[in-house]
Design a binder for this molecule. Sequence first.
Ligand SMILES: Nc1ncnc2c1ncn2[C@@H]1O[C@H](COP(=O)(O)OP(=O)(O)O)[C@@H](O)[C@H]1O
Ligand SMILES: [Mg+2]
Length: 474
Amino acid sequence: MTAEFTRGAQEQGQGATEPGTRRLMALRAFRAAARLLAPLCLGLAGGLALVASGMEAAARGWPWAALAGMALWFMQLLAGRALRQARAGGGVGPSRLTPAGGATDLALPAVVSAFPDPCVAVDRRGVVLAISAPALRLFPHLVIGRPMSFALRAPEFVEALEAVLNGGPGRTVLVTQRVPVERSFEIATAPLEADRRRGALVVLRDLTDQLRVAQMRVDFIANASHELRTPLATVLGFIETLQGPARNDAVARERFLTIMRDQSLRMKRLIDDLLSLSRIEGRAHHAPSAPVDLVDVARQITGALRPMATDAGVDIRLAAPAEPVIVPGDRDELLRVVENLVENAVKYGDGGKRVAITVTTRAAPDEPRREGAAKPEAGGEDAGQAASAAPSEAVIEVRDFGAGIPAEHVPRLTERFYRVDAQASRGKGGSGLGLAIVKHIVNRHRGRLHVESVPGEGATFRVVLPLADASHAG
Ligand SMILES: Nc1ncnc2c1ncn2[C@@H]1O[C@H](COP(=O)(O)OP(=O)(O)O)[C@@H](O)[C@H]1O
Ligand SMILES: [Mg+2]
């Protein structure tokens, strides 16, 4: 049997079972010696008896040899019995408790250690006898020879364990720990029995991730419903007004219809974003492979968003190499990435009055680093590659010089519906899903998204994608 041990569990396990093992070995050695010596003594006694008539000294010695032989024979019988009892669990130590009705030959620590799930065996006092490696990873404070409740103090668990150790049936409890980080466990306790000894087997299941995903799903549905309900309520309100008090007011009708159209467009945008998100998630495991020119993608978005930027008083500049920068990808998805980033830079960084987009290539950071030179879109020279190593990554960077993002918000920006200022985002027509979509697309392209921001100085969103050649080579 192979068993997974961590160094700690193994050492602790050896420490706890050593006295029992030593006694077993001593019993075995004694029985073997007695088995060997008893026939020798008895044979000697017989031989001496035969020559007793002729030799007086031998005649005096044979009864002693016979007595010693018989005593040794008897003692090896006793040792054999003790050994059988010891193997069956009759008193060498607590580690020979076995699951009720189970095989008695395997030592409990070996069984528990081989368990692929987090699992702990305790004796009748709740003291730890054996720990599986996954259990030790979950609860590094578990120590063989110390009460399990020292490492897991949740009252629900302590109570359930006591009940089982006092003869009750096995129980399953849900336990949530708040420190150092919130974690939830399902803990099953089952009785262990051997002869009249009792202990318990504790099997732990970490539910933290499962519960987090469930909570995220609930939050997502609540958020999406809320985002849809607000514009829908506005539209319904105006419909009622138009059917009632404003029925014959032509000016109000025009104004209300404009608002209703804007709100309907907002709902449409949200539904479109939700659908794209679920589509991208559904394809997350298939990396797209069509050759896409990032320079062309950046150029197309810069052109498309320039009117919107000009309206906001923002100047957009693109710096990109003259030659194409080809990445394996999905062109429509990469257009959405750059569109979202540039749109955000214009919307939220408008105070800086300018947005800089750059496309570059470089060697991966663990290789000698080298930036491929980007050049301004209009005119200018391509400065070429500065170093000798072939570039393996494409980088597209969108930088604004506006208010920036406070540090505490940066790690959460790609969460669905997360906004620094919800009011401002809604006011600017945002769904709160843009960066979540960007993150999913970048992940699907096996790329990375970096966000840097110094409040007051602006924000930089950087997307790093593997270059076509590098990915073919890899
Ligand atoms: N360039 C930026 N400067 C400042 N804040 C930004 C920038 N880009 C994104 N944000 C913040 O991140 C939030 C999430 O962005 P996003 O997911 O695109 O949603 P939306 O644009 O619909 O609000 C925005 O609401 C905004 O608060
Ligand atoms: Mg956005």
